[in-house]
Design a protein around this ligand. Structure first.
Ligand SMILES: *Cc1c(COP(=O)(O)O)cnc(C)c1O
Length: 466
């Protein structure tokens, strides 16, 4: 399978190169040139399969040129055996035909483990084969950093450096990053804010001379195709558990960067009957404003109780725009260049095509807390603030009561105790048993000044072969 850029100018790549690259050189994102398509009969035959076998059937067409079957099976077994639930992505019923799919049973208690546990193993495999070493560099305000570190802890050919703003991430989030032991894991607390960290990462990618050509930087943010690929699987998994593909499903997805929900869109294109996808955002609602009014316009960043969805632009949305424009890279390029300058719209018939599948809702902090309370009172079930936004949006946008509505549960409530407290409930979410000793584990991180050159020389000095 070949991968092409959404801006139409970069050369097509194979899976290995797509895995090791971030943005395409033309500024676009990579997407598969063609998608595999599964018949209803084939999908039906997967009923009752363990998660890893289903994952193999769905993902193998994307990687087959790079990885032999047996190796990929083994990688998937290792990836999903670290999850603390045998079903990997269990479903919890909230009401008649209403469900939450718990995607937070992985090592860092958020759905990002589904992709990053696999990504670490894929990178190590490909680098071993090529005799190369990679330096991963990323900035985090919370979830991505810990999931990426956990995903790379067993890698032999990867060093990972994660920058976080010193004293500005929650204690649970910091400890999830800094208590992971390994010579290849480097946590840097920068005396600055998240934007400072992100700027340093960006500048380091555009000028990598500080590594003196001895290693290359790799990205693990949600524009990496392999992350999207791994997320397609659980849409099939939920559907098969609830009577699919012989009935169609609706999904509600808490989203910021449009990564998780784009995977649901691909599941539908690959043959899974999906009748509705609900985009659930917080007050950073650029996606909701587009879906409800065909206007794509950047606003200022708002800090909310659901920090993992606090974004201004939605990077993966470009992948949907590419399809909506008949895969015309030039048109996407023009649209996004204009979007950087001011509000843009797309042709009405293209927008209406998107609206056939997508609905959206924006949920503010007060409504998020009200939903956490409501579901706890109805079910004695505690939602994290991101999942609560998904449930609220699902209940607002539902089109057909006969169709199962599945909200993606993106994080465990113990990760976001502040939101639970703010909701006024007198319950305190406990960390799961396997993480109970998080507060006793030894932490390891380096505090550095808010200075790019200092951070870069730290990296140059501390990666394995330096
Ligand atoms: C990252 C994250 C999201 C948003 O994911 P997208 O890739 O933007 O769709 C939602 N909830 C939680 C808990 C997250 O960590």
């Amino acid at each position: 399978m070949r991968y092409i850029s959404t801006r139409g100018e970069a050369p097509a790549l194979g899976f290995e190169d797509v895995l090791l690259t971030g943005l395409a050189p033309d500024g676009g994102l990579y997407v598969p040139e063609t998608l595999p398509h599964f018949s209803l009969e084939e999908i039906r035959s997967w009923r009752g399969l363990p998660y890893t076998e289903l994952a193999f059937n769905i993902m193998y067409p994307f990687v087959e040129e790079a990885i032999p079957e047996a190796d990929f099976r083994q990688m998937l077994d290792e990836t999903y055996s670290v999850f603390a639930h045998k079903a990997v992505a269990p479903l919890v019923q909230l009401d008649t035909n209403e469900w939450v799919m718990e995607l937070f049973r992985g090592p860092t208690l958020a759905f990002k483990d589904f992709a990053l546990q696999l990504l670490g193993r894929l990178l190590d495999y490909v680098l071993e084969k090529r005799g190369q070493h990679a330096v991963i560099l990323g900035a985090t305000s919370g979830d991505t950093g810990s999931a990426a570190i956990e995903g790379c802890r067993q890698c032999e050919h990867v060093d990972i450096f994660i920058l976080h703003p010193y004293e500005r991430v929650s204690e649970v989030q910091r400890r999830q990053m800094t208590t992971v032991q390994g010579d290849n894991i480097h946590n840097i607390a920068v005396r600055g804010n998240f934007d400072d960290c992100q700027r340093m990462v960006k500048e380091s990618f555009s000028d990598q001379s500080f590594l003196e050509g001895k290693a290359r930087l790799a990205a693990v943010n949600s524009i990496n195709w392999a992350r999207i690929m791994a997320q397609i699987v659980y849409y099939f998994h939920a559907s098969l558990a609830l009577g699919g593909p012989d009935r169609s499903m609706a999904f509600s997805v808490p989203t910021g960067n449009f990564g998780d929900i784009f995977a649901g869109y691909l599941a539908q294109k690959m043959g899974l009957p999906v009748s509705q996808l609900v985009i659930a955002t917080n007050r950073n609602d650029i996606l909701h404003r587009f879906m409800s009014g065909n206007k794509y316009e950047q606003h200022t960043l708002e800090h909310t109780l659901s920090p993992s969805m606090d974004i201004m632009v939605s990077s993966n949305f470009e992948r949907l725009l590419f399809d909506l424009h008949g895969r015309d890279g030039q048109a996407v390029k023009e649209l996004l260049e204009n979007a950087a300058k001011g509000p843009v719209s797309i042709a009405d018939y293209r927008w209406k095509r998107a609206r056939k599948l997508f609905d959206s809702a924006a949920v503010d902090d007060a409504m998020t807390c009200a939903t956490i309370r409501e579901v706890y009172q109805q079910n004695e079930y505690l939602l994290d603030p991101h999942t609560a936004i998904g449930v609220r949006a699902a209940r607002t946008c539902r089109r057909d009561e006969q169709i199962p509505m599945i909200t993606l549960g993106t994080a465990h409530p113990a990760k976001f105790p502040d939101a639970i407290a703010e909701s006024g409930l007198a319950v305190k979410p406990d960390l799961p048993a396997h993480m109970a000793e998080l507060f006793e584990r030894k932490e390891r991180y380096t505090v550095l000044d808010n200075d790019r050159d200092g951070v870069q020389s730290f990296i140059a000095k501390h990666w394995k072969n330096a």
